[in-house]
Each structure stands twice: as structure tokens, then as C-alpha cells.
Design a protein around this ligand. Structure first.
Ligand code: KG4
Ligand code: ZN
Length: 326
């Protein structure tokens, strides 16, 4: 079954063709990152209008790259939420309109579930259940226990900033371009251990996270002016990675998970990948970076599994913007 999947929840317009929920035949992403960089963050109205400009060319490109026309497509999927309302509406409604016009099944997909299912787009043996998922993106930091397909139990998450948000805010304090994550990772390569010690919020006895104290510590360190940017970037990254990898590995052990599945934009971070692999008691799966950051192939992966179970989304179903695992 070939699914045409569309994703526009934030600032990437994306379309993909995915076969049987596992094989990405194409994955096209048009990023607006340069457009938003001058504002230091995503401007919702700029994002939705840009989606409107890009959505049709991106879909055409995804079909062409998969050597397909709409005649070859069996079903259509669109991201339903969470995300920015104006952004979601563009891709979700484009997907529904194609399905309606062609008389094809349509399904709306949870963006967070999409990030997790990027782990099914990788060649080789499939992830095993029960699995512990660490979802780390610009908007989320969640530890989710997954007993089977579509079954989620959220065990912990951030109490303030998401991990990606912390990278982005720290990046801004360090005078690095938006989004901070990849730029901090790059700057850290020129840094290394120094006498600088930034705090780690362990929140013992819980599997929650907090990054706001770390952000404040970065602010004070920058103001103090004693340490160069690469050293602050290095220690900041170590602090985030230490807590994320430490807590995830411990929870996997406690729950008897058979795999750790990492997902979301921050999963592209090389140090996080390295530390999770080093500390985890079980095999760790991390999608390649192009499937960690927002893309539509991951939406097509979830759609493949859910459509096979007979799920369809009726036309009177709205998008949603709140964080929701149900
Ligand atoms: O999943 P994603 O593409 O979009 C959301 O759904 O939020 O995640 C974007 C986030 C941004 O905060 C960005 O700074 C972060 O992922 N990110 C990284 C790296 N690449 C992207 N953070 C740390 N290291 C990276 N290499
Ligand atoms: Zn995302």
C-alpha cells in the first residue's frame, strides 16, 4: 500500500510517499528556517502563508521523486496535531482534499507518534515491544512507554522548556543563529571540558525534566564573560545530554524495556546518540538525522500501520494543538 503523507505542523512543508508503513519511496522537506531566523523563532502567520505557497510544489516533488502519480496512491495521510493551528490546517486540508477528490481513504496522524515511527523507516530488524520512547523536539520532551503499536503511556516529561527549546534559547543567549540546536552542537566541537560547570536538574524520584535553571545559568555565564562560546556550548550540551541519557537508561532498566526508541529533532544530536548508546542496557534505535527532524515520511509510517488496522478519519474531525498522546 502506497500512502501519500503530508506534514505542515510547524515550519517545514513536507510530503512523502511511503510503502507499507516502512519504505520511504520519497521524502521532500521545504524548510522555512531561513525565513524565521531573522525573527529568532517561528512566526505563526509567516509559517502558515509559506506553507500555502509551498504545499503543492512539495507534493508534486514527492510524487515525482517516488516515480508516482496520484493514480498510484492508495491512501492519503496528514498531520492532525499538535502544532501551530494555521500551519496544521494547510497540510491537513490539502491531504483531505486530495483524498476526497480521488475517492481515497484519509487518515489524520499525531505528529509525536510520527516522530516515534520514524524508527520503522530504517532498514533491518524492527523495534521490539515493550519499548521506551524518548521524544525530544522543539516542543516536547517526553518519556513514553510503548507496549505495542499505538499504545502509549507517558511516564515523564519536561516541567518547563522542551529540550529543543532549551537548545534554541541557549543558542540565542550565545549569539548563535536560530535554531540553536545544530549551531550549539557545531560550536561545541571547538570547545571541550573546562572549569565551567553548569547545573543538571535530576529531579530525583521522578522521570521529569527541567531545563529552565540551566538556561538561567547560561545567561549568567554569558554575562560574566569568562568563558568563550564553544566552552559554554560544550558544557551546555553535556548537561542536557547527561540528564536525558541518564534518566532514559535508568527508566528502560526499571521497566524492562526491550528497546529504546529515540525521536524528534534533538535526536539528531551526535552527543546524545553517543551517550544513549553507551549507557543503555538494551539496543537503542535512532533514526537517521533526516527522519529525526520534521518530515512527512514518519507520518506515512504511522499511517501505514493504522490504515492496515482499518482506521480512517471522518471529515468532521478538527486539527488539535494541545500535547496529546491519546
Ligand atoms: O522535531 P523537530 O524538527 O520539530 C519539532 O517538532 O519541534 O525539532 C526541532 C528542534 C529544534 O529545537 C532544534 O534546535 C533541535 O530540534 N535540533 C537539535 C539538533 N538538530 C535539531 N538539537 C540539538 N542538536 C542537534 N543536532
Ligand atoms: Zn516535530
Amino acid at each position: 500500500m502506497k500512502v501519500l503523507a503530508i506534514e505542515s505542523s510547524c515550519d517545514e512543508t513536507a510530503a512523502a510517499v511511503v510503502e507499507d508503513g516502512r519504505v520511504p519511496l520519497s521524502s521532500i522537506v521545504s524548510s522555512q528556517v531561513d525565513l524565521h531566523a531573522k525573527y529568532g523563532g517561528v512566526v505563526p502567520e509567516v509559517a502558515s502563508r509559506q506553507h500555502l505557497l509551498k504545499i503543492v510544489p512539495v507534493i508534486q516533488e514527492a510524487l515525482a521523486a517516488a516515480n508516482c502519480t496520484l493514480d498510484d496512491i492508495d491512501a492519503v495521510a496528514g498531520t492532525r496535531g499538535p502544532g501551530l493551528a494555521g500551519s496544521l490546517l494547510v497540510g491537513y486540508n490539502a491531504a483531505r482534499a486530495i483524498a476526497f477528490g480521488r475517492g481515497l481513504p484519509f487518515i489524520g496522524i499525531n505528529h509525536l507518534e510520527g516522530h516515534i515511527y520514524a524508527n520503522w523507516l530504517v532498514e533491518g530488524p524492527e523495534p521490539e515491544f515493550p519499548a521506551l520512547c524518548l521524544v525530544v523536539s522543539g516542543g516536547h520532551t517526553d518519556l513514553v512507554f510503548m507496549r505495542g503499536h499505538g499504545q502509549y503511556e507517558r511516564i515523564g516529561g519536561t516541567r518547563d522548556d522542551a529540550a529543543g527549546e532549551a537548545f534554541d534559547k541557549a543558542g540565542r543567549l550565545l549569539g548563535l543563529p536560530f535554531p540553536g540546536g545544530p549551531h550549539i552542537a557545531r560550536a561545541a566541537l571547538e570547545g571541550g571540558p573546562s572549569s565551567l560547570e553548569l547545573p543538571r536538574a535530576w529531579l530525583h524520584g521522578t522521570f521529569d525534566f527541567s531545563f529552565s535553571g540551566l538556561k538561567t545559568a547560561v545567561l549568567h555565564t554569558v554575562r560574566e564573560g569568562r568563558y568563550p562560546v564553544p566552552e559554554i556550548a560544550w558544557e551546555f550540551q553535556e548537561s542536557v545530554v547527561d540528564v536525558l541519557a541518564g534518566k532514559t537508561a535508568r527508566l528502560a532498566r526499571e521497566l524492562g524495556a526491550r528497546n529504546i526508541l529515540v525521536a524528534g529533532g534533538v535526536a539528531a544530536n551526535a552527543r546524545l546518540r553517543e551517550e544513549l548508546l553507551r549507557r543503555s542496557p538494551v539496543p537503542v534505535r535512532i533514526p537517521p538525522p533526516k527522519f529525526c527532524t520534521d518530515n512527512a515520511a514518519m507520518i506515512g509510517a504511522v499511517a501505514g500501520f493504522r490504515l492496515e488496522l482499518g482506521e480512517r478519519t471522518p471529515p468532521d474531525v478538527d486539527i488539535f494543538t494541545t500535547n496529546d498522546w491519546a
